[in-house]
Design a binder for this molecule. Structure first.
Ligand code: G6P
Ligand code: MG
Length: 215
């Protein structure tokens, strides 16, 4: 079976922004007086901004009850993050991604972005590939974060396809769970020992053909 549509997570799938998220969270942790490791950061992948802050605070053993203080911390992290991504260029599109997207379009497959990030448009504008997508569902259009399937179900709806006709590309455990909960096929991008729930796992898009999405 070949899906009618592919839905791509953005951070860690199309671009390596995970490193910028990490830098900004690490900087916040430092300000709060603790170290935040790359291993800790794995837990933030695919997770919304506020949920990420909660995880970060629990790693540091810090309890904050005041919601407005939490908002301020999340805003601070986002300001640094936006500084980093505002320097991004087209070169930061991950290897093989652009060719793979073009190949899908040539084969009549619809393509969409399904990301939790509220900075999705800033990134897509920076790297200049916004127009190739038939639909873009980002953090500004959803109310429930991954592993809830909302983002992917909305993308399917906008593309006018049924969930079971979609294949999702994800680098995060929460995203794989979300795709599964949506009733979609899912291809993990990254380490197979971390992305265990995926139907297939690839290391990169380089050299991938249409057979990748045949199940
Ligand atoms: C993606 C990333 C997460 C990030 C989330 C929200 O899912 O993988 O690390 O926290 O988007 O991003 P934002 O840009 O809205 O803070
Ligand atoms: Mg991701």
């Amino acid at each position: 079976m070949r899906p009618k549509a592919c839905i791509f997570d953005l951070d860690g799938v199309i671009v390596d922004t995970a490193k910028y998220h990490y830098l900004a969270w690490k900087r916040l942790a430092k300000e709060l007086g603790f170290e935040f490791t790359e291993k800790d950061n794995e837990r933030l992948k695919g997770v919304s901004r506020m949920a990420s802050l909660e995880i970060l605070l629990s790693v540091g053993g810090i309890q904050i009850d005041d919601a407005s203080v939490k908002e301020q911390l999340a805003d601070k992290k986002n300001t640094w993050y936006v500084e980093y991504i505002s320097q991004m260029t087209k070169d930061e599109i991950l290897p093989g991604v652009e060719d793979f997207l073009k190949m899908l379009k040539e084969n009549g497959i619809k393509i969409a972005i399904g990301s939790a990030s509220k900075n999705t448009m800033t990134i897509l504008n920076r790297i200049g590939i916004k127009d190739i997508f038939d639909a873009i569902i980002d953090g500004t259009k959803i109310t429930k974060a991954k592993p809830d399937p909302e983002v992917f179900l909305k993308a399917a709806q906008e593309l006018n396809v049924r969930p079971e006709e979609c294949c999702v590309f994800e680098d995060a455990v929460a995203g794989i769970e979300a795709a599964k909960a949506a009733g979609m096929k899912v291809i993990g991008v990254g380490d197979p020992s971390i992305l265990k729930g995926a139907d297939k796992v690839i290391q990169s898009f380089v050299g991938q053909g249409i057979e990748l999405i045949e199940f």
